[in-house]
Ligand binder design. Sequence first.
Ligand SMILES: NC(=O)CC[C@H](N)C(=O)O
Length: 382
Amino acid sequence: MANRRAAILVLEDGRTFHGEAYGRVGETFGEAVFNTGMTGYQETLTDPSYHRQVVVQTAPHIGNTGVNDEDDESSRIWVAGYVVRDPARTASNWRATGGLAERLDAEGVVGIAGVDTRALTRHLRERGAMRVGVSSVETDPRALLARVRQAPAMVGADLSAEVTTARPYVVEADGTHRFTVAALDLGIKRNVPRRLAARGVTTHVLPATSTIDDLLAVGADAVFLSPGPGDPATADAPVALAREVLTRRIPLFGICFGSQILGRALGFGTYKLGYGHRGINQPVLDRATGKVEVTSHNHGFAVQFPGAEPGAVVPDRIIDTEFGGVEISHVCLNDNVVEGLRAKDVPAFTVQYHPEAAAGPHDADYLFDRFAQLIEGGKQHA
Ligand SMILES: NC(=O)CC[C@H](N)C(=O)O
């Protein structure tokens, strides 16, 4: 629950909100982004892709189910700051092991409560994601604004080294082992190896600086490119690695940051969306089946397809690349953003959204089956 100490939130354009300190008392900076999920705040907070972002929750009640020992997507909270409207006064859930405010405080996360987060969201939607400062130690918004304007921007941010695992580790397959996957950890979420394990995949999670030889040394049947924070335009080493994987025709699957990396490896560009997609009810069309999936998203950048402006109608045709034909397999029905890529001539596909989604929805879980089928096919041809 919020404590009674005053706090302020100041956006880069000077818009100011007043509230109360929530979590740790202090001051923090980052990129202000909003998440529209009504559930899943623990997964959001512990998702490494939110590193350096101050997350605004549009849902007014946050913290109702407290925190538990099962839902973390990584070993810590990553958000740079947290903005809520009306935090729960007591946590109530059979799995809860503590309260959210206490956990935020324990992990040093500065937050603010009592903010009209829907008004703030509408502002960000009109003006775009921007830098923000939250402080419960500064009372002068102009002084805080000056510091906001000195904080680093998300464009150009290379953050993989800050979130990747220091050492390789293995997540064993459930039951019978079928395949081995080398996962490049650029900010992986725990639920990815878990979804793979359910398909008989043993995942070797490897540091972001791994080389093609490191991937091959674990006996990888396939490669996974993980989600992660930062600007994909900076991810030159993972892009070069993905190109090696494509050249060797090793089956490849990637999610979110991983999709942007495959896009760049194929010769496409990436660009920053106005305010991004963050929530758990985004409609995505799978063009192969014509089905619409309700999906979980967390991305501020997207792949730019050749010859079209961001937001323009996505081409149906197969696009020629250095690695053969590529189709845009998935599109977001809200704004036509590219949500998936599939190579026709090399065994590679990716999605920009999150099929591993915990707290759901699980419509896109089939993509892990597609990956298993792709690996199976690769083994038959080998
Ligand atoms: N979840 C992710 O992988 C995010 C990818 C990238 N940092 C973006 O914001 O678009």
